[in-house]
Design a protein around this ligand. Structure first.
Ligand code: ATP
Ligand code: MG
Length: 678
């Protein structure tokens, strides 16, 4: 069939007239009778690096060039006239039949990759481009096949294509004009287009209509200066599906130089699910934060109502104790004098009286803690440095916590001043330190630190500048349920008789009354940190008050006007002052006091008035009496401040306050101090 003497062969065109050098008679004959043009074509085919094979429509080989010999290991003489099927691996027969059938009916078949058997039985992967051989009338009379071994590069490329296909992100390659030239399977899934509908289209097809114009501009800029970069920045990018729906995406851009110019590759990821998950997480976080704040608010409300109850009871008790403590002192004095004369009769009674006095002192301590919790203590805030308070109280703390606990202080410099009652802050520190000690029975470290803090709205406090005191221990820690109740008065986990459960309640009341807050962070087995926040102040520090003189000084007949609505306390004050050498004028109401101040003949040296009375506040009484008698000195007496009159419960720095219940010594010392003007 391959011989040129065979008219059919000549009609096969170049493929039919060519074979390897040893192709035998057919080839020689072809060379002899071929016109010069054919000879040229034959030479091209012969020397081609591709294996070029021709065959009849039945698959019988009609020509076999040198590269075919090298590729498959069969000499032309052996293959010409033989069925090409000898090269097919067992499972590829049908594929080949299908290819031949397609070519036979004039269908175009693209280059395809397949496997072939070499003469030595080894398999090689080849790329084959089949084409029909037609006669002069255009009828298909044979098949020419150009074969090339699939190179490592091609195999690698195929693998990369496989990777591209498997990539979870849509990958879209565009040329410099923004035309899509390649895309992967994920692109079809993500955007809902068939690949064929995308290739050749402008990439803006995948961009929401509203953003297309901008996209074209950005694309042109990118192509002018391509670089590796994620897109977006601040705003979320959106892409458009084939059905017109929009969805959020993340896009990363890269680029590659090719023979056809720069290709940009966009890796597009649908982030709908991620954004939904993020939104859900944010929602849960916000919900948890809301619940936390609600929990804190509820706790604050519970403590507030407990405070009102406890404060109310404590107020009444305080007045009773004021009476008891002083009358007990009077009785005790009498008994002690009697005991000197008749010890057998009175000595044991004197001891009993001491028990009564001691119990009363303890009662006074407790009521003051309750008053502090109920925010009814009269406070005398002044501008101070918390560092100074910590330093002042350090010695006392070291003594209170014992040797097995080490005290460290971490005081930050440049601390803002706060306005607070230093005595109360000391009490806060002592209570917290004692609790820490109790939580570190086996020893540990107690750290007291201070620092400035800016608080936003989230903390349940007005936003602003605060100073934080941190009291941290390495003790037992607190379980969640204990943390939840720790500030309640009388809540204690300590054995009966060891703790009253008023320590933290006092801390809470003091800190809240000072406009701050106290927080607990604790982990069982690790330790506890209490953080007290107090508002920073812009006020300048006030002058320090003079220290109290000890000893019981007596009066020199000066006149004292006492205004007190509680008869028992009034009586106590009268008796103490009389015995102390003073003239006493008594009134139970502020208005009476003004009358007395107006009517009294002699000089009134001192006014002692309750801070809070039903008809008029102590401050106002003092003001009016001073208007009548400008040289009068004033002492305020108080055991509590009603929260409703919070401002009246706060005295200006510099005024003298005598806390009820007072002892004889306290009263007389204070009176003397004020009269002497120190
Ligand atoms: N630093 C701490 N470490 C572990 N638990 C603590 C700490 N501080 C307080 N607690 C727990 O909180 C409870 C309440 O403390 P609070 O100071 O109000 O009362 P108390 O110490 O039991 O008694 P009181 O202080 O009146 O003597 C304690 O009984 C304890 O269980
Ligand atoms: Mg305590």
């Amino acid at each position: 069939m391959a011989e040129c003497s065979n008219g059919q062969s000549r009609r096969f065109g170049y493929a039919g007239s060519v074979a390897g050098d040893d192709a035998g008679a057919g080839t020689d004959a072809g060379r002899d009778c071929a016109p010069p043009q054919h000879a040229l074509l034959a030479a091209i085919v012969r020397s081609s690096h591709d294996a070029i094979v021709s065959m009849t429509l039945d698959g019988v080989v009609t020509s076999w060039n040198r590269s075919a010999e090298e590729l498959f290991g069969y000499p032309a003489a052996e293959m010409i006239g033989r069925h090409v099927g000898v090269l097919w691996p067992e499972n590829r027969g049908t594929e080949q039949d299908a290819v031949i059938a397609s070519v036979r009916v004039g269908k175009r078949v693209e280059r395809y990759r397949t496997w072939r058997l070499r003469r030595d039985g080894t398999a090689i992967e080849v790329g084959i481009t089949p084409s029909p051989i037609t006669d002069d009338s255009g009828a298909v009379v044979g098949i020419a096949a150009v074969c090339r071994s699939v190179s490592e590069r091609e195999r690698a490329q195929a693998r990369y294509r496989g990777l591209l296909e498997e990539a979870p992100d849509a990958i879209v390659g565009i040329n410099a004009n923004g035309v899509i030239v390649i895309c992967n399977a994920a692109t079809e899934r993500t955007f809902g287009y068939r690949r064929d509908d995308l290739i050749g289209q402008p990439v803006e097809l995948l961009v929401p209509e509203a953003a297309r114009e901008l996209h074209i501009r950005h694309r042109a800029e990118y192509m002018a200066h391509p670089q590796l970069r994620p897109l977006a920045g601040h705003s979320q990018l959106t892409a458009r599906r084939a059905d017109g729906t929009l969805f959020p995406v993340d896009i990363s851009l890269s680029w590659v130089e090719t023979d056809d110019g720069v290709l940009a590759a966009a890796a597009v990821r649908d982030v709908t699910e991620r954004l939904e998950a993020e939104a859900e997480r944010d929602r849960l976080k916000a919900q948890a934060e809301r619940q936390r704040l609600e929990g804190r608010l509820q706790q604050a409300q519970r403590l507030e109502s407990l405070g009102q109850l406890a404060g109310g009871v404590a107020h009444d008790f305080n007045n009773l104790l004021a009476v008891i403590v002083n009358y007990a002192a009077f009785v005790s004095e009498e008994i002690e004098m009697a005991a000197v004369a008749d010890p057998d009769r009175w000595h044991s009674v004197a001891r009993d009286m001491q028990q009564i006095q001691r119990a009363t002192e303890r009662g006074i301590g407790l009521t003051h803690q309750l008053l502090a919790f109920g925010r009814r203590e009269v406070v005398r805030p002044r501008v101070l440095s918390l560092n100074a308070v910590v330093s002042d109280v350090k010695e006392l703390l070291i003594r209170s916590i014992g040797e097995h606990v080490q005290l460290l202080t971490e005081l930050s410099t440049g601390l803002w001043p706060v306005k607070a009652d230093p005595g109360q802050i000391e009490q806060v520190l002592v209570n917290l330190a004692v609790n820490a000690r109790d939580a570190m029975l086996g020893g540990g470290i107690l750290t007291i630190g201070t620092r400035n803090m800016i608080v936003g709205n989230e903390a349940g406090l007005p936003a602003g500048r605060y100073v934080a005191i941190r009291v941290e221990d390495t003790g037992t820690g607190m379980p969640r349920e204990v943390i939840g109740r720790a500030f309640e008065p009388f809540f204690t986990t300590k054995p009966k008789g060891e703790g009253t459960g008023l320590g933290l309640a006092t801390v809470y009341g003091i800190v809240r009354q000072a406009g701050g807050d106290v927080q607990i962070a604790s982990e069982p087995g690790v330790g506890t940190t209490f953080t007290v926040l107090l508002p920073a102040t812009d006020e300048a520090p006030a002058e320090l008050e003079a220290p109290v003189v000890v000893g019981i000084p007596s009066g020199g007949g000066e006149t004292v006007l006492v205004v007190e609505d509680e008869p028992a306390i009034r009586e106590v004050a009268r008796r103490i002052l009389r015995r102390g050498g003073y003239e006493v004028l008594m009134t139970e109401s502020p208005l009476d006091a003004l009358d007395v101040a107006r009517a009294h003949d002699g000089r009134i040296h001192l006014l002692m008035t309750d801070v809070v009375m039903p008809k008029m506040l102590g401050k106002d009484v003092a003001e009016r009496v001073r208007a009548l008698r400008p040289d009068v000195k004033v002492i305020f007496m108080s055991g509590y401040a009603r929260p409703v009159l919070a401002s009246s419960g706060t005295l200006e720095p510099g005024v003298t306050l005598l806390e009820k219940p007072f002892s004889e010594a306290e009263l007389l010392q204070t009176v003397r101090q004020v009269l002497d003007g120190c």
